[in-house]
Ligand binder design. Structure first.
Ligand code: GDP
Ligand code: IMO
Ligand code: MG
Length: 423
């Protein structure tokens, strides 16, 4: 039995979905532990190419139970669309479950997300506009609705009326239209008709899985640099993508987690606003975007691109208690004669820091300190083992591992399931 948390070690979009898809071939249970349909987890396998938003990336293995965990915020509308899309591709959905305690994202959360961003003027966060912030805010304010509420019509109606009392005032202040409670209640009953049988108390299910020694994967959304507490606040998401939250969000005891795999690109990308020290504004940045096809899986926005950030990986590895790294997109660097790695941040006073992450206002002012590594200038897409890799690529990976302070467990050299190997 192994419980493995798979978490993003950078600014998101590290390739978590494809790692989970690969590992789920051997897993009994996959649980998404936080976030909502702001996620875009791309998986390419025998079912084609799919950008998963809410459905765990283990869904392609019919023998794996897939649970949308309690720490998630679930938009039933977009979940239904995603289910239809996967069903049309022939994917079995009999093994998809939703925690009754997961929060619900309703249409007004998306409206509020858009209106709140507009109200921020030039100080936007660059959210995915999926209503994630407002839904988690309602959770903390105790005015959220949970997926299990759909199963209790009277309770649902009362909770909805309670929520709309404040929601409609907020909408009015921000210049939106008020929500009609009757129409929204009817919509919720439609959600219940289609999703009701999948909404379960996950505790008995996960408890039993642990008792029989099942292999469990905990799937994170986004990455540590957008963590609500440890990321570049306020340019963060409204939940905790770090491994410490995996147990709570998935619904199992913290001491059960055996492995924490940190997923990292062989370079850096970010979507949305906020400091991003290694961002490139030159031809190399453009080249990373073009070759890496760095466009958001959820919003289609061009991703900001930069060199690998060794300070961020050290921070991510420590904070998450990572046991190993999964390095993705190595092949994107095949075409670079020289590759840079950021090994420290120079503060405005001249001091260089390597082993701590400055807070947001300072991070805006740091200058990355780089070292240069020779590229390998040959395709790695066909490599299927450590020994297949060119020696310069192995040296580069060694350096990333050294900066993280942990070993490398997996390397990927292309987006397809078989373009990945254990080290
Ligand atoms: P996630 O949100 O962490 O699951 O990552 P995304 O799916 O948003 O972004 C990763 C992107 O890189 C997707 O388009 C993947 O298909 C692609 N990808 C993942 N691993 C590799 C790789 O090793 N090489 C290449 N070229 N593309 C990859
Ligand atoms: P995956 O799971 C990359 C970013 C947004 C914005 C900030 C807050 O595919 O890695 P939110 O909508 O969550 O309130 O936005 O976080 N963001 C992501 N960036 N990948 C994601 O998901 C993201 N989810 C949110 O761009 O900066
Ligand atoms: Mg993504």
């Amino acid at each position: 039995m192994t419980v493995t948390a798979v978490v993003g070690a950078q600014w998101g979009d590290e390739g978590k979905g494809r790692i989970i898809d690969y590992l789920a071939q051997q897993a009994d249970v996959v649980i998404r532990f936080q976030g909502g349909d702001n996620a875009g987890h791309t998986v390419i396998n025998e079912y084609g190419k799919h950008a998963l938003h809410l459905i765990p990336s283990g869904i392609f293995n019919p023998a794996t139970q897939n649970i949308i965990g309690t720490g998630c915020v679930v938009n039933p509308q977009s979940l239904l669309e995603e289910m239809d899309h996967l069903a049309a591709a022939g994917v079995n959905l009999d093994n998809l479950w939703i925690s009754s305690r997961a929060q619900m994202v309703l249409p007004y959360h998306r409206t509020l997300d858009i209106l709140e961003e507009a109200a921020r003027g030039k100080d936007t966060i660059g959210t995915t506009r999926r209503g994630i912030g407002p839904a988690y805010a309602d959770k903390a304010a105790r005015s959220g609705l949970r997926m299990g509420d759909l199963l209790q019509p009277d309770w649902l109606r009362a909770r909805l009326d309670n929520a709309l009392r404040t929601v409609n005032r907020k909408l009015e202040i921000l210049g939106g239209e008020p929500v009609d409670g009757d129409a929204l209640y009817e919509l919720c009953l439609e959600f219940r008709a289609r999703l009701g049988r999948r909404i379960v108390d996950t505790v008995p299910l996960i408890r039993r899985a642990l008792e029989i020694g099942a292999d469990i994967l905990l799937e994170g959304q986004l990455g540590v640099m957008r963590d609500l507490d440890w990321g570049i606040y306020p340019y963060v998401t409204s939940s905790n993508p770090t491994a410490a939250y995996a147990a709570s969000g998935a619904g199992l005891p913290a001491r059960c987690i055996d492995r924490v795999i940190g997923v990292v690109k062989a370079y850096s990308t970010a979507v949305g606003d906020g400091p991003f020290p290694t961002e490139l504004f030159d031809a190399d940045g453009e080249k990373l975007r073009e070759i890496g096809q760095e466009f958001g899986a959820t919003t289609g926005r061009p991703r900001r691109c930069g060199w690998f950030d060794g300070v961020a990986i050290g921070y991510a590895a420590w904070l998450n208690g990572m046991t190993g790294l999964a390095i993705t997109k190595l092949d994107v660097l095949d075409h670079f004669e020289t590759i840079k790695i950021c090994t420290g941040y120079r503060l405005p006073g001249g001091e260089v820091i390597t082993d701590s992450m400055p807070d947001t206002p300072v991070l805006y002012q740091v200058t990355p300190v780089y070292e240069s590594w020779p590229g390998w200038m040959t395709s790695t897409a066909h490599c299927r083992s450590w020994d297949d890799l060119p020696k310069q690529a192995r040296a580069y990976i060694h350096r990333l591992s050294e900066l993280a302070g942990i070993k490398v467990d997996y390397v990927s050299v292309g987006p397809e399931r078989e373009q990945m190997f254990a080290v």
